[in-house]
Design a binder for this molecule. Structure first.
Ligand code: 13P
Length: 252
């Protein structure tokens, strides 16, 4: 069963609303270009940019970078899922390593958010990956296993139909030290095995992305691996030209 290729830009805390608007206008061409190549594309702007980007280019997947696991209430500074849905946002990153390391997000928080997103019929893009220290100690698979086991606990095979997982080794994020395609495939293949053990054949439908210093020059090597269905890209997703090159280099 073919999994459609997926390229998602995580803009992190970059681009004002006006800057996001400029990208969104240019992305109309990008969407057409990606469609010809049968690649789905998306971006995750800040909360402020979501509505503008989605309105300008409804074809683009537009995802939030985070959400609350609660629907409403006394949670100062948080954004709830119904608020996202009201402005047409159906995707959301969960557990990005920057949220885990700077804001104390745990696998249990991720699990609550993923459950809330699935209950709201949204697509969670769940990020996992080990730190440099864990990598050097050979703990990668144990760390990822725990992130997957706890993060996805209590979900049924039907629940994970729309789930997307991103493997982002922390040591490769923003460092220019991208993981080799062999390492990336080894871990993404392992993630698929874990998903199969929990969700049976529905695991074949779950797209697994690699993220960490993905650039136009290296994107294709990841996509040619059997268990890597796309990329989650930070820095190289910010400029329209670089985004276009990513699409072009993934190829048909
Ligand atoms: P870079 O592509 O800038 O390394 O960031 C990767 C990332 O964290 C995407 O979520």
């Amino acid at each position: 069963m073919g999994r459609k290729k997926l390229l998602v830009g995580n803009w992190k805390m970059n681009k004002t609303i006006l800057e996001a608007e400029v990208f969104a206008k240019a992305s109309l061409d990008l969407s057409a270009f990606a469609e010809q190549r049968e690649i789905e594309i998306g971006v995750c702007p800040t909360f402020l940019g979501l509505k503008t980007v989605k309105e300008i280019n409804p074809k683009l997947i537009v995802g939030a970078q985070n959400c609350s696991e609660f629907d409403h209430g006394a949670y100062t500074g948080e954004i709830a899922i119904p608020m996202l849905k009201e402005i047409g946002i159906n995707w959301c990153l969960v557990g990005h390593s920057e949220r885990r390391s700077y804001y104390g997000e745990t696998n249990e928080h991720c699990n609550a958010k993923i459950k809330a997103l699935i209950a709201a019929d949204m697509v969670p893009l769940y990020c996992v990956g080990e730190t440099l220290d864990q990598f050097e100690k050979g703990e990668t698979k144990a760390v990822v296993e725990e992130q997957i086991r706890i993060g996805l606990s209590g979900l049924s095979a039907d629940d994970v139909r729309n789930l997307v997982v991103a493997y982002e080794p922390v040591w490769s994020i923003g460092t220019g030290k991208n993981a080799s395609k062999e390492i990336a495939q080894d871990v993404c293949g392992y993630i698929r095995k874990l998903l199969r053990a929990s969700f049976g054949e529905n695991a074949e439908k779950i797209r697994i992305l690699y993220g960490g210093s993905v650039k136009p020059v290296n994107v294709k090597e990841y996509l040619s691996e059997p268990d890597i269905d796309g990329a989650l890209v930070g820095g190289a997703s910010l400029a329209v030209e670089s985004f276009r090159e990513l699409i072009a280099n993934i190829g048909e």
